[in-house]
Design a protein around this ligand. Sequence first.
Ligand SMILES: *[C@@H]1O[C@H](CO)[C@@H](O)[C@H](O)[C@H]1NC(C)=O
Ligand SMILES: *[C@@H]1O[C@H](CO)[C@@H](O)[C@H](O)[C@H]1NC(C)=O
Ligand SMILES: *[C@@H]1O[C@H](CO)[C@@H](O)[C@H](O)[C@H]1NC(C)=O
Ligand SMILES: *[C@@H]1O[C@H](CO)[C@@H](O)[C@H](O)[C@H]1NC(C)=O
Length: 269
Amino acid sequence: MSCARYKHLLFSILLLDFTFTNQFIQAQTLIGPNFDEALLPFGSHAITGTLSTHCNRHEFDGTIPFTLRNNCPFTVWAAAIPGGGRQLQTNEAWVINVPSGTTGGRIWGRTNCSFDKSGRGNCQTGDCGGVLQCVTFGSPPNTLAEFSLDQVNHLDFFDVSLVDGFNIPMEFTPTSNGCSRGVRCAADINGQCPKVLKVAGGCNNPCTVFKTDEYCCSNASTSCKPTNYSKFFKGQCPDAYSYPMDNANSTFTCPGAGATNYAVVFCPS
Ligand SMILES: *[C@@H]1O[C@H](CO)[C@@H](O)[C@H](O)[C@H]1NC(C)=O
Ligand SMILES: *[C@@H]1O[C@H](CO)[C@@H](O)[C@H](O)[C@H]1NC(C)=O
Ligand SMILES: *[C@@H]1O[C@H](CO)[C@@H](O)[C@H](O)[C@H]1NC(C)=O
Ligand SMILES: *[C@@H]1O[C@H](CO)[C@@H](O)[C@H](O)[C@H]1NC(C)=O
């Protein structure tokens, strides 16, 4: 597909994002341009958008650079699947090259970690099995940047999710190509967190705390709805996922196949 054909491309998507406790299951249904919005289940609605035309594919080596920057006044141990992990002091950045075509990709920040020379230890939030170089997802609570690259119509799909709770503020934005709509979740969620969800360093998702079908969307025969706790998260960060089937307007797209680079900032100013 030529770059010019991205222009004014109308698209509809449905992205389902299920998380129960530490076990992550993501089901994505990506629906093409001429899909009838009325057919979308779960009350989600189609996102319609205009895409930009600038494509700069020359020298595309099959990977997409993601720049992870720590703007927090404290050290963050960045984690990425795929990518691993790295300690980031305040103002430090780390560039990871993510293969185009990656699905279910995830970036998060870990706090209050301590690792030995071999990269073993633990973190107060976001810990991934006690290793610096993550090969599995982190434990809640952790604010998530999620992405699937170069999917239907060569589009990238991305979001910020609070479905696994919140530990640090995050911004996830495209950084090239004129595709500029990103997601920012910088509210003081830890400060406002309902008492029952509060833990050291973060604000838990209700599924982790209550483990019920209602909060975890774990009953396949019923579609889940917003809950009083998911409404708290949505109120704090309206553009982020707040419960597993919060598909309405929390997923964003940019041209894929090397056309768009990304940045994730911890504690955006
Ligand atoms: C790290 O832990 C200390 C002691 O529990 C706490 O005061 C501090 O806020 C934590 N830092 C972060 C970034 O969560
Ligand atoms: C799932 O929900 C249905 C409909 O509310 C209910 O009848 C069923 O018992 C639930 N299943 C489980 C495993 O809780
Ligand atoms: C949410 O609903 C549950 C169950 O009805 C209730 O126990 C809890 O207090 C509510 N929490 C808030 C923050 O309203
Ligand atoms: C998504 O919906 C919420 C209200 O539910 C609204 O506050 C927010 O601005 C919407 N975000 C986008 C990107 O339209």
